[in-house]
Design a protein around this ligand. Structure first.
Ligand SMILES: [Zn+2]
Length: 652
């Protein structure tokens, strides 16, 4: 397996270039070779090249996300045009395309790999006239620059802001949040600092008692990176142009070519169906919250109040808040518990490896063994720090496959989070939400790491359709609410006492608190993203579209200054363009599967877990997810399962 090491950031782009050039030469040799007509000598060879490029570049893109510095940015930015040009050269290699199209694959894995590759060549414009090919290449290059700029603008803006407050303004907040914010200023006074980084921002929005400060933070957060408006316009223009060049009416239609969803209409009607189901309950939820805020403090509920009063209402209704369960979710023990659960269910073993290089001292590395054979490696980098971008994600590094020499490659992945680090007063403690997120990312990681597929391009998360890629992550996340699962690792960090049953009941009961409002919010993002890519929107039209959608989905209208889109990194800096609906789309599978696998005493039905590993996790992208799903459970997933998961009752 590879070691995580980048010795020389300055020289990195050059070594990447050398590898890319060598690959292009090797591809030339393949297309020239009249005897190269079988799967191994064509796609087997290109798969190996892909693996070499990805395993070289992933550590740099990872480093740029988790240990961001001017040097990583510079190296990363220098690599983007190289990769883009390389990708375009291959994608427009007509002779390679024809060679792959003529292959006679013998296994299902090979067959799927060829189908995907031919489709991707065609979507990359291999059949276009020369001038349009050139234009497409320029568009792709510019798009990757723009998404990087979007992300950098957002990170800079997030780090640019801080709010310094006094003791009275943190009164009543959880002690761990107070500790994390406390510092001594130059005059020697103890003060408290809050930022736009997620743990800090959320802490104040949820518990911060000073309404003016909450509004200040809310405004700062929702007006970040105004320069992204221009970036968005250009991205949208180029995506529309790209779709048209390839013969599609709009970018959404283009994007659906590689999705599980069959049509634009299918996506929109799915989202509207969920919205209609959620609306009546959401109205009731908001009404109750507004009445509560009025009763408590005599205020008209505004957007910077919702998290704060929701937390208080939740506490009043269930006598529960995050602060109660947090002492039971010590980071190390939670992680151990998760690893033990995964070990038991799927028959693997995790062994801590302290000998491999890592990028930060807080990173924890584990080797995965299956039948005493090394089968994978996983790196956990869970704590927030200034150089790390926000959120949580799984990043695949090495992929499982058998190369043309018959050698098995062992997969590896990074799981990244942004939980609050240890303070002088306490170890790193997780909110229950953080526990859920950790399960979620682990669900992605085992999808990648448990692959048994021999063909690289459809192994692990490779080749999995975008809109079902969240299925394994959401599926595992659902178990992070089950008492039988949480009991395994939830022990008080000071006393060692197991988490009380009553708290477990409350975690479950609060899960669906404001579920309909939450569902509407996700639908709002999904509709905005999808419709934004159905025709060209520019300048004020972008906000106008969002406002129009919000007429249905936003029951509490945000202030006019809010520019949600400037921070919508999923679709402008990630891979989710015209694909945010995937979260809900995949959730139908994950909810349906969850009810099939739930076991009241054990948490997770062990026999079903074995089937899940064999039929879903081990099969990666080697077949359509709907087929894999049917092979596993014998039925297709029902949308009603999703409403049931959230306890949303549809009115007929
Ligand atoms: Zn995910």
């Amino acid at each position: 397996m590879l070691e995580f090491r980048i010795d020389n950031l300055e020289a990195f782009p050059e070594s990447l270039k050398a590898l890319l050039d060598a690959n292009l030469k090797a591809i030339d040799a393949i297309v020239e070779d009249e005897d190269a007509n079988d799967f191994a000598s064509v796609m087997g060879a290109t798969d190996e090249m892909d693996e070499r490029v990805d395993t070289l570049f992933t550590p740099l893109s990872h480093l740029n996300s988790v240990m961001n510095s001017e040097a990583t940015q510079k190296a990363y930015e220098a690599c983007l045009p190289l990769l883009s040009a390389y990708g375009s050269k291959i994608a427009q290699n007509t002779r390679l395309y024809e060679k792959i199209k003529a292959l006679k694959p013998t296994t299902q894995e090979e067959k799927q790999a060829v189908i995907n590759d031919v489709r991707d060549f065609e979507l990359a414009g291999v059949n276009l006239p020369e001038a349009q090919k050139t234009r497409l290449e320029a568009i792709n290059l510019r798009l990757s620059e723009l998404s990087n700029r979007f992300s950098q603008n957002l990170l800079d803006a997030t780090n640019d802001f801080e709010l310094i407050v006094d003791e009275a303004d943190v009164a009543g907040m959880p002690q761990s949040d107070i500790d994390a914010a406390r510092f001594t200023d130059e005059a020697g006074n103890v003060r408290y600092r809050f930022s736009l980084q997620m743990p800090s921002y959320l802490a104040y929005m949820t518990y911060g008692p000073n309404r003016t400060h909450r509004e200040t933070l809310y405004k700062a957060y929702n007006t970040r990176a105004p320069q992204n408006a221009e970036v968005i316009d250009e991205i949208l223009r180029l995506r529309q142009e790209k779709a048209e060049i390839l013969g599609f009416a709009n970018y959404a239609e283009y994007a659906l070519q590689t999705r599980d969803a069959q049509s634009e209409e299918a996506v929109l009607s799915f989202l509207h169906r969920l919205a209609d189901a959620a609306l009546p309950q959401a109205e009731a939820e908001l009404e109750e919250l507004a009445a509560f805020a009025k009763r408590l403090d005599g205020i008209e509920l505004r957007n910077w109040d919702t998290a704060y009063y929701a937390e208080k209402l939740k506490k009043e209704t269930f006598d529960y808040d995050d602060a109660q369960s947090k002492p039971y979710f010590e980071q190390e023990r939670t992680l151990q518990g998760l690893l033990e659960l995964v070990s038991e269910l799927f028959g693997v073993r995790f062994k801590r490896n302290r000998d491999v290089p890592v990028w930060h001292e807080s990173v924890k590395t584990y080797d995965i063994y299956e039948d005493d054979t090394l089968a994978g490696r996983i790196y956990f980098d869970l704590e927030a720090r200034k150089q790390k971008r926000g959120g949580a994600w799984m990043h695949d590094w090495e992929t499982h496959f058998i190369d043309t020499k018959g050698t098995r490659h062992i997969p590896s992945a990074f799981v990244v989070g942004n939980v609050a680090p240890a303070t002088d007063a306490s170890p790193s403690l997780l909110r229950h939400d953080d526990v859920v997120t950790l399960f979620h990312e682990m669900g992605h990681a085992i999808h990648h790491l448990f692959s048994k597929v021999k063909v690289r391009s459809v192994s692990g998360i490779n080749g999995v359709a975008w809109d079902v890629v969240e299925f394994p992550s959401q599926f595992l996340e659902n178990f992070a609410y089950e008492a039988a699962v949480l009991k395994r690792f939830a022990f008080h960090y000071e006393t060692g006492e197991p988490i009380p049953d009553i708290l477990l009941e409350k975690i479950k009961a609060t899960k669906n608190f404001h579920a309909a409002l939450g569902m509407l919010r996700q639908i709002e993002f999904s509709l905005f993203d999808f419709m934004l890519h159905q025709k060209l929107y520019q300048g004020d039209e972008v906000q106008a579209l969002l406002d129009r959608i919000r007429e249905k989905t936003a029951l509490l209208k945000p202030p006019a200054y809010v520019r949600f889109q400037h921070g919508f990194a999923h679709i402008f800096a990630g891979g989710y363009a015209a694909g945010y609906y995937s979260y809900k789309w995949a959730e139908v599978l994950s909810a349906d599967a969850f009810f099939a696998c739930l076991d009241a005493t054990y948490g997770f039905d062990k026999a079903k877990a074995v089937g899940y590993k064999r039929h879903i996790l081990e099969r990666g992208g080697s077949e359509a997810m709907s087929t894999l799903y049917r092979n596993w459970l014998g039925t297709s997933p029902k949308p009603e399962s999703l409403l049931k998961l959230y306890d949303i009752k549809e009115r007929v």
